[in-house]
Design a binder for this molecule. Structure first.
Ligand SMILES: C[S@@+](CC[C@H](N)C(=O)[O-])C[C@H]1O[C@@H](n2cnc3c(N)ncnc32)[C@H](O)[C@@H]1O
Length: 228
């Protein structure tokens, strides 16, 4: 829906399709999985701990209109902005730390694209539910759980609530106790679930970055496996 550091828009097609009528994203960010393809038509529940990110969703879900979005001023290279919605469009990990940002050519372009995308996608999110707070307050329901936390051992990931705040053993226990389908994302240091490599992407400074996935199609299937 909007540019965001760590968003899964480019690789959303690699994740399994949702098997349940409800998708829960307990680490919402820009919620690329729920927006991918026809996924948005499901019931979608977003949980986001960063109030500034949650405020963007609150605005998109309840208030914004396509006309109002398209009427927002364009950004121009060299200008400064203190709007968090502009700042996230820099889509770099450091952007979260800035109170004011200087508009770069990338930011100018991202914002222009995003205005059009937000305006034309608004109808997709009007029925979505937003919960502001920690992942652990998500409703305990049978659903497709798309779990994309800040990645383990990614110091300085930039998020207001980043990997340094997460207790990964506790997170893995919580994840495994969810009912339904689990689609869990991690990077190369993800080791708290049986993650498998999903796709390799070009990273910073010519390095490759590995995206990993843990998929448990249904809890029922897992139990049958155990008795095979
Ligand atoms: C990797 S990003 C999610 C990206 C998202 N899947 C997308 O496609 O845009 C992780 C998100 O989790 C949020 N977050 C961090 N700790 C959290 C917590 N304890 N509970 C809920 N959200 C949290 C961060 O603010 C960030 O927006």
């Amino acid at each position: 829906m909007f540019y965001y550091y760590g968003r899964k828009k480019q690789i959303a097609k690699h994740y399994p399709l949702p098997l349940y009528d409800v998708i829960v994203e307990p680490f919402a960010g820009a919620a690329s999985y729920s927006l991918h393809g026809d996924n948005w038509r499901k019931e979608v529940v977003l949980i986001e701990k960063d109030k500034r990110v949650a405020d963007i969703w609150q605005w998109l879900i309840t208030e914004a209109t396509p006309a109002a979005i398209l009427a927002l001023p364009n950004l121009h290279v060299g200008e400064k902005s203190s709007e968090f919605l502009h700042i996230v469009h820099a889509a770099t990990k450091m952007a979260f730390k800035y109170k004011t940002i200087k508009v770069t050519p990338v930011l100018e372009r991202n914002w222009e694209i995003s205005k059009r995308v937000m305006a034309s996608s608004l109808h997709k999110v009007r029925h979505w539910e937003l919960i502001v707070g920690d992942y652990s307050i998500a409703p305990d329901i049978e659903a497709t759980w798309f779990v994309d936390p800040p990645y383990k051992d990614a110091p300085g990931d930039g998020y207001a609530h980043g990997s340094n705040e997460l207790d990964y053993p506790r997170l893995s226990q919580w994840i495994l106790a969810r009912r339904g389908q689990l689609i869990c994302c991690e990077g190369q240091n993800g080791d708290y679930l049986p993650f498998l490599p999903l796709v390799t992407l070009p990273g910073v400074a010519g390095k490759l970055s590995i995206e990993k996935l843990y998929h448990r199609p249904t809890r029922h299937a897992l139990q049958l496996d155990l008795f095979d």
